[in-house]
Design a protein around this ligand. Structure first.
Ligand SMILES: *Cc1c(COP(=O)(O)O)cnc(C)c1O
Length: 342
């Protein structure tokens, strides 16, 4: 006998990267942005007034959705906001995949997809990446749905927008979710430009990485009105107020400051290239590198002992790789020094 439901007994939760409680770490394990949010975010937060917190927030995030829509060149009816893109993705699994079989995703990708697959009774089929960790575009066809991160995580490898379009076109019966958590650091192009053309395409993005707001928990989806309407329906059957008032204000101010964030993006990409050349590592399209070492676990432990935190998975095919977030120049110097000591 157990007090837990069948489902709760069988769940395997996602394991997020470690958030150390103490200072003094070089923290390169969860792909956070090393730079602070735009000064406009601070200003907007001050002006918003904590006194207003006695009221419920706007359940539809209208002002934020309109700011995102302007930036993306789409209508507000094409935008859905959630508590981090994790929540947006979970709601999308419920709205489009729950109870279906043959939903396709790469064997090496974001660790949360299989967790939601189990949680929402989705028959996920894991398609192997090729030897170079590239997604085999031709294998994604005639499915009940597709979920792909582009650029993929933790590999940092991206498909070109034409390849994404081919996948969307080859799966007309299913929703194709493109998780663009890292697209701002890439040169592959965003699938947002395709949403007017394909009713089955949903693009999911986040403020956590490129917009330095991981702590505010803001993500969004861009898609046709039918898919966005379905997300609203599922959201309102679960939690009407997923986004708090202050996070809505912060994110709306952030997305408007295009110049600030493109400057920070350029610095991160430049730092990434420097680290890649130092380590002779495969080029990444994200704000992290996926670095092949002789012994992944040993290098992880060496770095950890020196208070440099990176990510390692004890999984087939990738156990000798480390995913290392691109921090500031100074942080990456510490990391590289530490690697040389090994
Ligand atoms: C970080 C990440 C997310 C989640 O981002 P949040 O908006 O912070 O929930 C989603 N997908 C991928 C691939 C990520 O790396």
């Amino acid at each position: 006998m157990s007090y837990l439901s069948q489902k709760a007994q069988q769940l395997t939760p996602y394991e997020a990267g470690y958030q150390p409680p103490d200072q003094g770490w070089v923290k390169l394990n969860t792909n956070e942005n090393p730079y602070p949010p735009s000064p406009d975010v601070m200003k907007a937060l001050e002006e918003s007034g904590v006194a207003r917190l006695r009221l419920y927030p706007d359940s539809d995030s209208s002002a934020l959705r309109s700011a995102i829509a302007d930036c993306a060149g789409v209508g507000t009816e094409n935008i859905f906001c959630g508590n981090g893109s994790d929540e947006v993705l979970a709601l999308a699994f419920q709205a489009f995949f729950s109870g279906k079989n043959d939903v396709l995703t790469p064997d090496i990708s974001y660790g949360f997809y299989p967790v939601w697959g189990k949680m929402y009774d989705v028959g996920l089929r894991f398609l192997p990446l090729d030897e170079a960790f590239t997604i085999e575009v031709a294998a994604y066809r005639n499915s009940a749905g597709v979920v792909i991160a582009n650029p993929n995580a933790p590999t940092g490898i991206a498909l070109q927008i034409e390849e994404i379009e081919a996948i969307v076109r080859s799966n007309p019966q299913g929703v194709v979710i493109i998780d663009e958590a890292y697209v701002d650091f890439s040169s592959c192009g965003s699938a947002v430009d395709l949403i007017g053309k394909y009713e089955n395409l949903l693009v999911v993005r986040t403020f956590s990485k490129s917009h330095s707001l991981a702590g505010a928990r803001v993500g969004y989806a861009v898609g046709g009105a039918e898919l966005i309407g379905a997300l609203q329906k599922v959201k309102n059957a679960f939690n009407s107020y997923p986004l708090d008032m202050l996070s809505q204000v912060c994110a709306a101010a952030a997305i408007k400051d295009v110049a600030y964030y493109s400057d920070k993006r350029d610095i991160i990409v430049e730092t990434r290239k420097l680290v890649e050349s130092e380590l002779s590592c495969a080029p990444s399209q994200a704000n992290f590198i996926f670095w092949k070492t002789q012994d992944g676990k040993a290098m992880y432990e060496h770095l950890y002992a020196n208070k440099v935190l990176v990510r390692h998975w004890d999984k087939p095919r990738i156990s000798n790789y480390l995913r290392v977030t691109i921090g500031t120049r100074e942080e990456m110097e510490v990391f590289l020094q530490c690697v040389k000591k090994y």
